[in-house]
Design a protein around this ligand. Sequence first.
Ligand code: A3P
Length: 272
Amino acid sequence: TVQGDGRDGAPPNGSAQQLPQTIIIGVRKGGTRALLEMLSLHPDVAAAENEVHFFDWEEHYSQGLGWYRGQMPFSSPQQLTVEKTPAYFTSPKVPERVHSMNPGIRLLLILRDPSERVLSDYTQVFYNHVQKRKPYPSIEEFLVRDGRLNVGYKALNRSLYHVHLHNWLRFFPLRRIHIVDGDRLIRDPFPEIQKVERFLKLSPQINASNFYFNKTKGFYCLRDSGRDRCLHESKGRAHPRVDPRLLSKLHEYFHEPNKKFFELVGRTFDWH
Ligand code: A3P
């Protein structure tokens, strides 16, 4: 269940706010909201509604764990509390801070094809500008510099998964980090969610019938006690069309980093 922070009402009987026992650490545009919502179908999961940005924003971190706990939903003792802040994954100071809160914490990381993630990242910032009625350059203007792929474009760096995961592996063993295949979560969410249930040692309570494909949205939506709901319209947006030659340059750019990532995790993914 996704719950509020309880500030607008009295907490339900016997419930309390708890520090998260699991965190969705990223990646930005990997499908972090979908993962959180799907996991929330489980009765023993209590999810924070908003991105908390505790470990990456100094003005939050300096307020300490008491503040952090205060951002969490009220939950009963058997429930696991979860929050998602996608920026954690790529923020170098975060792993040590999470470790010092709880070295045994279970982490969830949802990744998708690195090139696709770049296009999604661009699309998100593009729409943020559109909303504020501000102009925003085309994706080519970010991706190309002097006729070559502009490796200085920040969105590219966020897709260098091996670089960022490396920082986490200095503090956590790989078995504490469950990687969700974000491309599979889009195509067929239930098996991916079952794996997450097992990783978190939750009883198997989420069912195939909790998911149905919505043709209008073009994505899976959720069915929970007879209630149907899809993710917000900002999730699952069309990406800009990119010249195929530029797209192959992008795929080429990620080829070696992806290989390094596969070696690091001992597992391959179906990426370009
Ligand atoms: P796009 O909008 O680029 O397609 P995040 O929540 O981390 O920002 O990730 C957003 C991405 O979640 C979307 O990116 C979309 O592809 C993906 N996603 C996965 N499952 C989804 C679902 N059931 N409904 C909508 N979007 C989903």
